[in-house]
Design a protein around this ligand. Structure first.
Ligand code: FAD
Ligand code: SIN
Length: 516
């Protein structure tokens, strides 16, 4: 008989959104905090540039709001952006209370800048902001007696009864058994879906699980065509898309071609600090027209000691590949980085399914629109984790838990065809990279849609015949999320923000959301 757990609150995901929400929940509530991998693994851990907030006397909320809305190309909601921006200083204070020590110049924050920001407002811990946040938040969580941690547990599907969420079926990867987690409230904090693409800055956890689960459960999924491609990931056969932070460009780093010629001014008067969609498309265009494998980013003019102080992680990592960034330029290419769309939520993270919340990158909290401004994501995670927990703390929980039958594995067999799963994984990611990438066309999108429909049939058949595994769960979710991205992209008959379709190159006068 498979295990059944009962908690007040189930949180799926231990990135910055999941950990912060757990910490903000009342200590009277029993909380299950679940991660499909190591507790620290997820995009949050790798965040480099920092977290944006108005922390300087010369900056102001209106300016942070205006920059965010301008970058979002007409699709972010001002109320939501204002809420996030005005909550930012308190978010920084919460992180400091948990032990995060932001880099300072004497007693002031050392604030850096990135594309789209008109002021220096990015607080950071050198170039390992995410690591510091994750380690400190997890240390705090471990002190809370009301929180139980489940490491290497991968959620399969949400439990829905009478249009309410009652928890999830979750595979214990250690025992290979599916366990039922019954809860009064469930929070999805599962991160984004950039692993749908062959080249990505993201860790292996970003397979769109939360978006796929929520979609199957009946949630509205919004604006999924807006995949953000980070312009500068390290180009090296063994680097697995290691990110070269935008803060390098914020501190004066310049992009150039192999010939040494700089090109960004040709595309935008803001040059290297234009928003990411502009810079990624410019690089893509230079690479395609010049038949190049990569372009180059130079920060060497800052000198070794400055670089080691500000970008120690990037310096060390590049050195392991034989690239001394204090002496030479860094070979870079764009890669899928961030999912701007997601599960539609209100300011408290509540979805259109009762008792189901979504926070962090998995959510569409209406703050990023058609393009997220750099360093607004960690901010979103912390701000909405807090508002979500506050909403739950104020609610009276039902006295009884729902009843669900245990997972039934009686009609499936162990698979002897695991190669099918690995093959389809690779195929989906290649299709997405080649046909649903930085520059799209109707023809390529239609081809991708057609092939993804076939793959979905193959995956569904496999899913109904064989015992469930982590790879299979992720593949099923990846296929679902990829289809939502393609459907959203096909339905947008214009180009806006991160979505550029050469058959519809102009931006429409009216900005409309895509809802699937
Ligand atoms: P994540 O941190 O990705 O965590 C997801 C969690 O969900 C993990 O614990 C994972 O195990 C769990 N999970 C997923 N699926 C399941 C499942 N089925 N069952 C159980 N658990 C599951 N943003 C900024 O604002 N500033 C930056 O400087 C910055 N730098 C970045 C650098 C890199 C290299 C990357 C990849 C991203 C960066 N971003 C940055 C973006 C930002 O880090 C992420 O958007 C943010 O951290 C997402 O946090 P999250 O909590 O939503 O998800
Ligand atoms: C970076 O450091 O370039 C990533 C910042 C972000 O994704 O917001």
């Amino acid at each position: 008989m498979s295990k059944k757990h009962q908690f007040d609150i189930l949180i799926i995901g231990t990135g910055s959104a999941g950990l912060m929400s757990a910490l903000q929940l009342s200590r009277n509530l029993s909380v299950a905090l679940v991660a499909k991998d190591d507790l620290l693994e997820g995009s949050s851990f790798y965040a480099q540039g920092g977290i944006s907030a108005v922390l300087d006397a010369h900056d102001n909320f209106d300016s942070h709001v205006a920059d965010t809305l301008a970058t979002a190309a007409g699709l972010a909601e001002k109320t939501a952006v204002k809420f996030m921006v005005e909550s930012a200083p308190a978010a920084i204070a919460s992180l400091e209370r948990s032990g995060v020590r932001f880099t300072k110049d004497s007693d002031r924050y050392h604030l850096t800048t990135e594309g789209g920001h008109t002021h220096r407002r990015v607080a950071h811990v050198a170039d390992k902001t995410g690591q510091s946040i994750q380690v400190n938040l997890l240390d705090n969580v471990k002190q809370c007696a009301n929180i139980t941690l489940f490491e290497n547990y991968i959620a399969i599907d949400l439990l829905i009864q009478n249009k309410q969420c009652c928890g999830a079926y979750i595979l214990n990867k250690n025992t290979h058994q599916v366990e039922s987690f019954i809860a009064h409230k469930t929070i999805l904090a599962t991160g984004g879906a950039s692993k749908a693409y062959l080249y990505t800055s993201n860790p292996d956890t970003s397979t769109g699980d939360g978006i796929a689960m929520a979609s199957r459960a009946g949630c509205d999924i919004m604006n999924m065509e807006f995949t953000q491609f980070h312009p500068t990931c390290l180009y090296h056969p063994h680097a697995k898309s290691f990110l070269i932070s935008e803060a390098i460009r914020g501190e004066g780093g310049k992009l150039h071609l192999p010939s040494g010629e700089m090109f960004m001014q040709k595309y935008d008067s803001r040059g290297e600090l234009a928003p990411r969609d502009v810079v990624a498309r410019a690089i893509d265009s230079e690479m395609k027209s010049g038949g190049l494998d990569c372009v180059y980013l130079d920060i060497s003019f800052k000198g070794e000691s400055w670089i080691k102080q500000h970008f120690p992680t990037i310096y060390e990592k590049c050195l392991t590949f034989g690239i001394d960034i204090s002496k030479t330029s860094i070979p870079v290419v764009p890669a899928a980085h961030y999912t701007c769309g997601g599960i539609d939520t209100n300011l408290q993270g509540l979805t259109n399914i009762a008792n189901l919340y979504a926070i962090g990158e998995v959510a569409h909290a209406r703050v990023h629109g058609a393009n997220r401004m750099a360093s607004n994501s960690l901010l979103e995670c912390i701000v909405f984790a807090k508002s979500c927990a506050q909403d739950i703390n104020q609610k009276k929980l039902q006295s009884d838990h729902c009843h669900f039958d245990p997972w039934d594995a009686s009609r499936v067999a162990p698979s002897k065809e695991k190669v099918v799963v690995t093959h389809l994984w690779d195929e989906v990611r290649l299709i997405m990279w080649n046909f649903v990438g930085i520059v799209r066309s109707d023809r390529r999108l239609n081809y991708a849609q057609h092939r993804l429909e076939q793959i979905e049939t193959e995956v569904d058949e496999y899913y109904s015949l064989y015992l469930i595994s982590s790879d299979l769960i992720e593949l099923r979710n990846l296929v679902k999320t990829a289809q939502i991205i393609i459907k959203s992209a096909l339905s947008r008959k214009e180009s806006r923000g991160l979505h550029f379709n050469e058959d519809h190159p102009k931006q429409s006068e009216q900005a409309k959301n895509t809802i699937i």
